[in-house]
Write a protein of this length. Structure first.
Length: 370
């Protein structure tokens, strides 16, 4: 059933929302169905994306967001765009494919999953060069669906590894939304929390609100509450205090790109949380699918940090503008947490600890073996 365009009022919202997939392909209709995350938690609306422009806008405007979910959307998107071309020769089909791929890839620069998923899709085109165009289109669909299916397994497995790092009753702090809404299921940083919830761990979770776009307040607090998790919302500048109060046993965050030396880019404010955690001797875990480890990026200094419009800081989400007109604004969407602040990087192929370059090498070897 594809009941896009359907709205749910607030009383129905908590039970309804997580029944829906973050990103879904409706091949028959030629569209991608997403939950418009800019409307949460007040309104739950499913929307359809059909054109390249609609897909690009949805990613840029954060209607769909979170590194893995962006990757899945891009994979479905490039498949649908390729399916829609009437090119009957490989050369013209491939030329058009690359043009659309580059366009989608330009929507957001920091989350490597976007280019990772598009590269995977392009590889399918190249590997099937000798086949007919219809065959390539079929293979592209299979690959896009596989990217989504894998994401579910990856998140669940990260959850199992993450759960092994904490104990029942622990206090967990998280930043931004690396939850179900950022992935196909479970989330990355929230996966240990969801698995713990299923197994009666009774975690006490603290969710940073995450200025300026409030992914923690609007999305993490919302989805954890919907799942019955004990979640407390705090402003970003309160994390050091809850740590000092002794309420936090571990921090779990997601990430958008991991460099080979273990530096990780994640939502702006993550590095401050890591610094506070270090001061309070609290383990700081980064949950990262191997698709988020960028073997072409040596250190955090090489990561392109997305800069976003100043309205996100001065007026968005507020009834009226809350900063003086004309004030200068600096609005990076992500920051880099240095590897020496990170206790471990939790992947679907195991837990990596410093020195990271070697640990990631072992993780990738294991991935290739299995
Ligand atoms: O700008 P966003 O909302 O896309 O940022 C999302 C994050 O920073 C997440 O922590 C990250 O993408 C990991 S999602 C599993």
């Amino acid at each position: 059933m594809k009941d896009d365009g359907q709205f749910f009022d607030k009383s129905m919202l908590f039970n309804k929302s997580m029944e829906y997939e973050t990103v879904e392909l409706d091949d028959e209709d030629g569209s991608i169905i997403i939950i418009d995350q800019t409307l949460l938690p007040g309104k739950m609306e499913l929307i359809r994306l059909r054109t390249a422009q609609e897909i690009w806008d949805a990613i840029y405007l954060l209607r769909v967001r979170g590194a893995p979910a962006i990757g899945v959307t891009a994979a479905f998107g490039i498949y649908l765009l390729a399916k829609g071309t009437d090119a009957d020769h490989y050369e013209s089909f491939y030329r058009e494919f690359v043009k659309q791929k580059d366009y989608l890839n330009s929507a957001r620069p920091t989350a490597v999953n976007l280019s990772w998923a598009l590269e995977r899709m392009e590889k399918v085109c190249r590997e099937n060069k000798g086949c007919g165009i219809d065959e390539i289109k079929r293979a592209l669909k299979q690959e896009a669906l596989a990217i989504k299916e894998e994401d579910i397994w990856v998140c669940k497995t990260i959850g199992e590894y993450g759960l092994s790092l904490v104990k029942p009753g622990d206090g967990i702090l998280t930043h931004c939304n690396a939850g179900q809404l950022a992935t196909s299921k479970y989330g990355t940083a929230t996966a240990p929390i969801y698995l713990g919830q299923e197994r009666g761990y009774h975690f006490r979770v603290f969710a940073d609100e995450t200025r300026p776009l409030l992914q923690g307040a609007r999305l993490t607090a919302y989805e954890l509450q919907a799942a019955g998790v004990d979640v407390t919302l705090i402003c970003d500048n309160m994390s050091a205090m809850v740590m000092k109060n002794g309420w936090i046993n571990a921090v779990f965050v997601g990430c958008d790109r991991v460099a080979l030396n273990g530096d990780t880019a994640n939502k702006i404010g993550t590095s401050l949380v890591a610094i506070a955690a270090k001061r309070h001797n609290i383990p700081f875990y980064v949950c990262a699918p191997t698709s988020t480890i960028d073997r072409n990026t040596k250190t955090g200094g090489d990561i392109h940090i997305e800069q976003r419009p100043e309205e996100e800081v001065t007026s968005m989400w507020y009834k009226e503008r809350m900063a003086p007109e004309g004030v200068k604004v600096y609005n990076p969407a992500f920051d880099v947490t240095d590897h020496d602040l990170i206790t471990a990087v939790v992947t679907e192929y195991g837990i990596a600890r410093a020195p990271y370059e070697r640990a990631f090498q072992e993780i990738f070897e294991k991935k290739e073996r299995e």
